[in-house]
Design a binder for this molecule. Structure first.
Ligand code: 2P0
Length: 319
């Protein structure tokens, strides 16, 4: 049996939104993220007489199990190993977080796979392995701030740690506005977005956006970091509006929440938003303001669920 591997989810501050190679999951741009302490996946693998996948204690036999099994097959072929496996995963990523669990799930699965077969892989290689399960999982191998450099091949596309133990005062508030499953998958949304007339501009701006964000992190400049993250998320969502045909992940409450963030900022309660491939908003703020921001959201939205997260660690094997 493998040890239990634990990986945390991450939130992209500069986003991955476009694939160059869907099979290898090579991205068209580099991305930069914050790993989050509040949300994680635990995974264990053992030999078995047939392939099985259980999630949060329940046997799964749907599309998500097929995705896990085809990933295992891909990794077994890559490393010349074989055998049926029982895969057990526990996701500590509440729906209320509005965060995709695929980043922590595939980072934990890659690490459990490497441990089960005693593969001699370093974190860079683990990041490449995780990338092939889900692009954003490449970044969850590392704690703190991580960069996934796009590269142009399987060998050169991996994440690395920018700062695994940041001293910066930065919190993320995951605000649940809507708990319905998203209608357009990330993979589909990325492909559709390529038809936007702004898509080339999105790619052209990537190097500068990464460099600017790295500088903001180095300077521990919260205002710069928040403004850049908000702009990058808005650029990503502009691609969905301007795709042919256009679509959006936003719901009416998403717009209300964006306006509230803008109002709070004007009142001196500094905060910024970022939004992934769904209607929920994540707020970047400093510890001193987080309670006030939560209270303002609770007043504006009935029975809203908000979870606060700080910096999380990279993937680890538990004893
Ligand atoms: C990100 N997202 O950088 C971007 C921003 C959503 C918006 O990565 O297709 O599940 O498995 O490689 O990693 C969500 O997509 O995509 C994502 P696949 P993934 O975090």
């Amino acid at each position: 049996m493998s040890k239990t591997s634990r990986a945390h989810t991450n939130i992209a501050l500069i986003k991955y939104w476009g694939k160059k190679d869907a099979k290898l999951r090579l991205p068209l741009m580099s991305s930069l993220s914050m790993t989050l302490d509040a949300f994680y996946s635990d995974t264990q693998i053992e030999d078995s007489d047939q392939m099985s996948f259980s999630l949060n204690g329940k046997q799964i036999a749907d599309k998500s199990a097929d995705r896990v099994f085809s990933y295992i097959k891909l990794m077994q072929d890559r490393y010349g190993v074989s055998g049926n496996l029982a895969i057990k995963s526990d996701n500590h990523v509440p729906t209320a977080a509005g965060l995709a669990s695929s980043s922590s799930a595939f980072a934990a699965l890659a690490a459990a796979f490497a441990d089960h077969y005693h593969l001699d892989v370093d974190k860079r290689e683990l990041s490449r392995m995780a990338r092939m399960g889900s692009g954003s999982a490449s970044r969850s191998i590392f704690g703190g701030f991580a960069v996934w450099q796009k590269g142009d091949s399987d060998e050169s596309s991996y994440a690395y740690a920018l700062d695994e133990h940041p001293q910066m005062d930065l919190k993320l508030l995951a605000v649940e506005l809507n708990d319905q499953p998203k209608k357009v998958s990330s993979t589909k949304g990325m492909e559709l977005s390529k038809t936007s007339p702004f898509y080339q501009l999105w790619l052209d701006r990537n190097d500068q956006e990464i460099a600017d964000m790295e500088a903001a992190i180095k300077a521990q400049d919260f205002t710069k970091l928040g403004s850049l993250a908000e702009l990058n998320a808005s650029e990503m969502h502009s691609l969905t509006f301007t795709a042919q045909p256009g679509f959006t992940y936003f719901e009416p409450k998403t717009i209300e929440a964006i306006k509230l963030v803008q109002e709070l900022r004007e009142k001196g309660l500094e905060c910024y938003y970022t939004i992934d491939a769904g209607p929920n908003i994540k707020i970047l703020c400093q510890e001193k303001n987080s309670k006030d921001i939560v209270n303002n959201f609770a007043l504006a939205f009935d029975s809203v669920k908000i979870i606060e997260a700080g910096f999380g660690p990279g993937v680890t094997l538990l004893d």
